[in-house]
Design a protein around this ligand. Structure first.
Ligand code: NAP
Length: 298
């Protein structure tokens, strides 16, 4: 795939530190080539102390928009002009667009997380109990997604009680607070039989630790009938957690589709289009991962 760069080519990209492992340039440039639009999407390694100067520089050179990944998803918030209410609720921005000489930030991880759930399960979520493993940045988007779906209860399981309490408190002004509960990992066995939707947002099982899983095979067997097991990790595909869940007849979803759908949502914002070639974006990632190029998740 060759992107033709001309004197009029417009700039998109991803900021992170490090950013070399990001799969977003492959995914977005595949879509750009397919659409035949005059854009290019580049990786920008920006050290935390350079974030402000990088954003100012992006404005100066007319960057149209950019993705935001670790460690800038929270740090960018005070540096941009507007933050969508969703990104405010999540507490993280993953997509920024330049509009009327302003940087506008939003969070497409929530839409990315929900998309595969809506496509495989057209169900009433109001009876669903969601159990989320991990309480880091991705868990915040997952919680916002579960709230958007209308899940009845959201239980977050973490390994560090102090962080869990602070995490819980950070949602105290949110309407979903009364549905949100946090528990130490010791309590996980109690919540597995209630987990209609079990989401792994920890890196447990991610390449190269492919023989690890957040639950034992015995614990996975305790999932209720019809449960959905969702792993945000996409490398390997499937993870050990999802293999165990498949053996227990759970519906499984891996993190690739979330990555694709959050990217598609961002590209729609930057290009002001209703439709982008999602299949091409997905295929670009699958081909890359199947080539055996081992990367960490972005
Ligand atoms: P993060 O902010 O570092 O959070 C990771 C969470 O996992 C923390 O709560 C951490 O606990 C917990 N954790 C880590 N190792 C653990 C272990 N051995 N046992 C129990 N808990 C453990 O990272 P993140 O940004 O949320 O990302 C989490 C994962 O989601 C990564 O694998 C990332 O690649 C993936 N992700 C995928 C997508 C996608 O589009 N598919 C999008 C975003 C993220 P402590 O706080 O106690 O350390």
């Amino acid at each position: 795939m060759i992107t033709r760069i001309t004197g009029t080519t417009k700039l998109l990209g991803v900021i992170g530190y490090p950013v070399e492992h990001s799969l977003s340039p492959r995914m977005h440039n595949a879509a750009i080539a397919e659409m035949g639009v005059d854009y290019v999407y580049l990786p920008f390694p920006i050290a935390p102390h350079n974030l402000q100067v990088a954003i100012d520089g992006f404005a100066a050179i007319g960057v149209v928009g950019f993705s935001v990944t670790i460690p800038h998803k929270q740090a960018i918030i005070p540096l941009i002009s507007e933050v969508s209410s969703l990104a405010q609720a999540v507490g993280a921005v993953n997509t920024v667009v330049r509009k009327d000489d302003k940087w506008i930030g939003t969070n497409t991880d929530v839409e990315g997380f929900i998309a595969p759930l809506l496509s495989i399960c057209n169900q009433d979520w109001s009876q669903t109990t969601a159990v989320i493993l991990g309480n880091g940045g991705a868990a915040r988007a997952v919680i916002a997604g579960c709230a958007q779906l209308g899940c009845a209860q959201i239980h977050v399981i973490g390994r560090n009680l102090n962080k869990l309490v602070a995490f819980h408190e950070s949602w105290s002004n949110s309407a979903l607070f009364s549905h949100l509960h946090v528990h130490h990992w010791d309590k996980l066995p109690k919540y597995i039989p209630q987990a209609n939707l079990l989401v792994n947002t920890t890196p447990i099982g991610m390449y190269p630790h492919i023989n690890e899983a957040p639950l034992t095979s015995e614990e996975v067997k305790e999932l209720p009938s019809g449960a959905i097991a969702y792993d945000l990790t996409y490398n390997p595909n499937p993870t050990k957690f999802l293999k165990l869940a498949q053996q227990s007849q759970a519906v499984t979803i891996n993190g690739l589709e979330m990555l694709v759908q959050q990217g598609a949502a961002a590209l729609k914002i930057w290009l002001e289009r209703d439709i982008v070639p999602v299949d091409i974006m997905r295929q670009a990632l699958i081909e890359h991962l199947e080539l055996g190029v081992k990367t960490h998740n972005f």
